[in-house]
Write a protein of this length. Structure first.
Lengths: 112, 117
């Protein structure tokens, strides 16, 4: 157990639907990062939050949004889902980037 | 923009042998951090080793060590005494040394390593 909790572990939904992925960072970590990993691909950075504020943005689609709540958990919202959105979505947290990230076990999203 | 290149999509090694995975990166920054992550079939991302660019000494973690060549922008991972449990996808990653609370890590495409018995 890395200390970063992601729910749900698996999600199957239809095209056009909306889903919410949840992440609880390690205790004490203020930064949360979201990454997308498509089949046999590398990790693509989506967005970073630090203590409730958006701090960095990657190639995140307009159909995707995220937020970090006062208790530091974060949610990634994916709407108008397309088949191509099927991927493994990782959340990671860090007390400070100098030591790298700790990743959750990911949410596998399948859009059918 | 920073890019990370892993030129070996797949590699294999015999158990107990040594293998080296390559990674190069492109940046104009002088201070940064480099990482190797391992992703076994479970898909969990596990930090293997990290290197601070301002440190010339190569990082080591048990059977894992790096060869960091700053001028050449090269950051290879050496795995000694390979074990079956080392079978995984290995990702090289780069992060700038900026405001530590405003940053993101960039990953290479990965190298799939298979350790054969």
């Amino acid at each position: 157990d890395s200390g970063v909790t992601q729910t749900p572990k698996h999600l199957i939904t239809a095209t056009g639907q909306r889903v919410t992925l949840r992440c609880s960072p390690r205790s004490g970590d203020l930064s949360v990062y979201w990454y997308q990993q498509s089949l046999d691909q590398g990790l693509q950075f989506l967005i970073q939050y630090y203590n409730g504020e958006e701090r960095a943005k990657g190639n995140i689609l307009e159909r995707f949004s995220a937020q970090q709540f006062p208790d530091l958990h974060s949610e990634l919202n994916l709407s108008s889902l397309e088949l191509g959105d099927s991927a493994l979505y990782f959340c990671a947290s860090s007390p400070t980037v100098y030591y790298g990230y700790t990743f959750g076990s990911g949410t596998r999203l399948t859009v059918v | 923009a920073q890019t990370v290149t892993q030129s070996q999509p797949e590699m294999s090694v015999q158990e107990a042998e040594t293998v080296t995975l390559s990674c190069t990166y492109d940046t104009s920054e002088n201070n940064y951090y480099l990482f190797w992550y391992k992703q076994p079939p479970s898909r969990q991302m596990i930090l293997v080793i990290r290197q601070e660019a301002y440190k010339q000494q190569n990082a080591t973690e048990n059977r894992f060590s790096v060869n960091f060549q700053k001028a050449a922008k090269s950051f290879s991972l050496k795995i000694s005494d390979s074990q079956l449990g080392d079978t995984a996808m290995y990702f090289c990653a780069f992060m700038k040394h900026e405001n530590p609370n405003n940053n993101d890590m960039r990953f290479g495409a990965g190298t799939r390593l298979t350790v054969k018995p």
